[in-house]
Ligand binder design. Structure first.
Ligand SMILES: NC(=O)c1ccc[n+]([C@@H]2O[C@H](COP(=O)([O-])OP(=O)(O)OC[C@H]3O[C@@H](n4cnc5c(N)ncnc54)[C@H](OP(=O)(O)O)[C@@H]3O)[C@@H](O)[C@H]2O)c1
Ligand SMILES: [Zn+2]
Length: 379
């Protein structure tokens, strides 16, 4: 179920607020940061805000720079990104700036909200899409990807929307502009509210950039916590992509696959990584990675093994195949992309072996080409 790259963007006060409680919008960023946001918008296929932000701020959500719009058009893209909002109630003001400015607009709502939104927005050329009795974010993201062709989605709030996307493991990146002011009000809207966030409070997002922009500081983070069971998180994609990159480091072989593997704790800590033939001429990636972890490490039972190729179920070179090594290490979650072909062993079914022992096996087929790339010579 592919969906767009989801970038959460917000400006926050030093006490974590998105706004104050007064009427009108509290300006947290300065001109330099608004220009940075304009650039991020111009790079996006769609921009999403919740209906609460439409009501509170009445935003236009445009690309303001004429040069950036011209560059979009020159690249064969629409002048403005698609504008997206989400509303359970369907209670939307047709006079809001959102509808009368920019390019195409779409509302995701519920069966109940669809009639109300359809009535309110009649004649405005807005696409009103019901995703069922509730607004399910996976359905929204899948529709944006499959039906509207959105590959890069910028989410500009508010707090309820950001909280759901991060806690459901659906955010690929977080861009925060930290503003040098304190709101100080107990009821001011917060960036993130209570929720069951992947990896819990011990999970640390990875900081990938900090940069002063005027008097605010831009911080970019990527999530690191694996998903649960067979439900993927955005970080699952990132770790699996890393496993595929590691496969390119394998010493070449005509008689064995080139595979990469990473073992990650539930809180997003990388425990080990490995690749085929890393430690000796016949070692496998999962074996090489697991060998670097102390047996009985208490993090193993809730860890995830990412492997570019499904762990092997049979193997001539060693007594235990990787599926068995993973189970013996106590790991019960495996994420992979490429099911083992019959090139070297007939009827290999590592996923079946793992699943029969109660492990969750998640296959993300979108990385299969990356996993196969270092193995092209094996035909
Ligand atoms: N500083 C910043 O960068 C920034 C950016 C944006 C917003 N803000 C601030 O954030 C505040 C607004 O935030 P907010 O949390 O109140 O609003 P929000 O997150 O923008 O929107 C919440 C609304 O979205 C709809 N919605 C979201 N998830 C849903 C779901 N799973 N199912 C059904 N409906 C869903 C609901 O609409 P219905 O009510 O129609 O059902 C809900 O009331 C404002 O004060 C604004 O100024 C700040
Ligand atoms: Zn193996």
């Amino acid at each position: 179920m592919p969906h767009p790259y989801v970038l959460l963007s917000a400006a926050v006060s030093l006490d974590g607020c998105l706004d104050d409680t007064g009427p009108g919008r509290l300006l947290l960023s300065g001109p330099a940061d608004f220009d940075r946001v304009d650039e991020v918008r111009a790079e996006s296929d769609a921009i999403l805000v919740g209906a609460g932000t439409l009501r509170a701020d009445n935003p236009r959500l445009l690309v303001n720079s004429a040069e950036r719009r011209a560059a979009r058009v020159a690249a064969g893209r629409p002048e403005y990104p698609l504008k997206v909002t989400v509303s359970g109630s369907g209670d939307l003001d047709p006079d809001a700036n959102f509808w009368s400015t920019g390019g195409e607009k779409i509302v995701y709502t519920t069966d109940e909200g669809a009639a109300k939104a359809g009535d309110a927005l009649r004649g405005l050329g807005v696409d009103v899409v019901s995703v069922g009795p509730d607004v399910d974010w996976l359905a929204v993201l899948t529709h944006l990807h499959d039906v509207r062709g959105v590959r890069r989605l910028m989410v500009e709030g508010g707090g309820r929307v950001h909280t759901q996307l991060l806690s459901q493991g659906l955010a690929d990146e977080l861009q925060l502009a930290l503003a040098p002011l304190v709101v100080g009000e107990p009821d001011a809207p917060r960036l993130f509210g209570p929720g069951d966030y992947p990896g819990g409070p011990r999970n640390r997002l990875r900081l990938v950039e900090t940069r002063p922009v005027g008097d605010v500081v831009l911080m970019r983070y990527v999530p690191t916590a694996p998903g649960t069971g067979t439900v993927p998180s955005a970080a699952d994609h990132r770790w699996l992509a890393l496993a595929c990159e590691l496969a390119a480091k394998c010493p070449p072989s005509r008689t064995a696959f080139s595979v990469g593997a990473v073992v990650v704790a539930a809180d997003g800590t990388e425990l080990a990584r490995g690749y085929s033939r890393e430690s000796d001429p016949v070692s496998h990636a999962e074996e090489a990675a697991l060998a670097k972890i102390e047996p009985g490490d208490p993090r193993l039972p809730t860890a995830t093994v990412y492997s570019s190729l499904e762990p092997c179920a049979r193997r001539a070179s060693r007594p235990a195949p990787c599926a068995r090594l993973i189970l013996d290490a106590g790991v019960r979650r495996v994420v992979t992309t490429w099911r083992e072909p019959d090139t070297f062993v007939a009827g290999a079914d590592g996923s079946g072996l793992l699943a029969a022992a109660g492990a969750d096996v998640l296959v993300l087929p979108e990385y299969e080409a990356d996993a196969k790339a270092p193995n092209r010579h094996l035909g």
